[in-house]
Design a protein around this ligand. Sequence first.
Ligand SMILES: Cc1ncc(COP(=O)(O)O)c(CN[C@@H]2CONC2=O)c1O
Length: 405
Amino acid sequence: MNSQERLDFPFFKQEKLIYLDSAATSQKPQSVIDSLVNYYSYNNANIHRGVYALAQKTTDQFEMVRNQVAHFINAKKSEEIVFTKGATQSLNWVVFGYFARFLKPGDEILISVMEHHSNLVPWQELAKKTGAELRYVKLDQNEQLDLDDLLTKLNSRVKVVSIAQVSNVLGCINPVKKIASLAHKFGALVVVDGAQAVGHMTVDVGELDCDFYCFSGHKMFGPTGIGVLYGKYKLLDQLKPVEYGGEMIDEVDYQASTFKELPLRLEAGTQNIAGVIGLGAAIDYLNQIGLKRISKHNQEITELAFDKLRKIPGLKIYGSANPKEHHDVISFNLAGIHPHDAATVLDSFGVEVRAGHHCAEVLMRYLKIPACLRASFHLYNDESDVLQLVSAIKEVQRFFKHGTV
Ligand SMILES: Cc1ncc(COP(=O)(O)O)c(CN[C@@H]2CONC2=O)c1O
């Protein structure tokens, strides 16, 4: 990253804040902020129904972003792109709009112990609703996804495998393409939670051959409140709307209504138009910098942080022992210091990390820890951020008079 890119983000023009919580939400480049101001200042109009020129212009801009998203993740066509509030809503629509229609007692749902609550709790509810069984793939000795365990749990009763492409806690990249290939051999469909992957690496849903892919705009330099549900057309066409109302209807009679074709059938009500435009600006920025460059920079920062953190006595890192298997996320604890206490003192040094279960309580139970600290990185982080994190951690240990296990 060059210092100019850090200045692309107004957030960093304020007092020196060491922002290490991009896995919770990323900071926003000026171009994204400007796109929202510009929309509301000069192009604000509702879409798809207005016959006046401005409404048509804004509709065209909205649909152009849909095409942009389709190209960004290499979807076959823009009708496979549905705008949602974010990864959570996207996953809920897949669970309750698609799989709720087909799962029955005796069927199995396979997820991993590392899943975010948004890719875990909906499946719990669906299992209760349908009588299907929810099963978990465990971690291997290196605290990575245990592919052998996945293989032993794959069988003809498994109807869906739902997995994070990147863990928001362990920072590992799961071999989604291989998992899809294996799952499809048993007739299972594959849902990917891409919230921690998009914006950090090139995502190609065609290459992955996944059946559904879900992600959020706010974790990829875009606004909050906007996300994407991708689905292979023939499957998305079977997804029953979870929400009904305006925009998505074709005709409404006294007792029954007909609905529009994909994707509008799945976009009820006035959409987050500004959020879509901001998402388009975020994709423009990602393409301008280049995902390969972002991925390389982020990996350098992550590996630098890993190498320095692992040398700190009393600090334990979760996930792989190989720094190259951590991507933009490092979760850790300090011996004898509760993560919330540590994060509070770190904040007093201007270092902002996350403390808690990171919406992954099953993973915390699996790791036998109540919570942990998490440092997560993106394009705007640099070596000085890492050095300040390390020195602040040492201050925390001095403050709590703990230094060695
Ligand atoms: C892997 C993963 N899946 C799903 C979600 C849910 O996304 P939305 O909240 O945008 O619907 C997140 C959000 N990341 C969370 C948000 O806060 N801290 C995290 O790690 C995530 O990291």
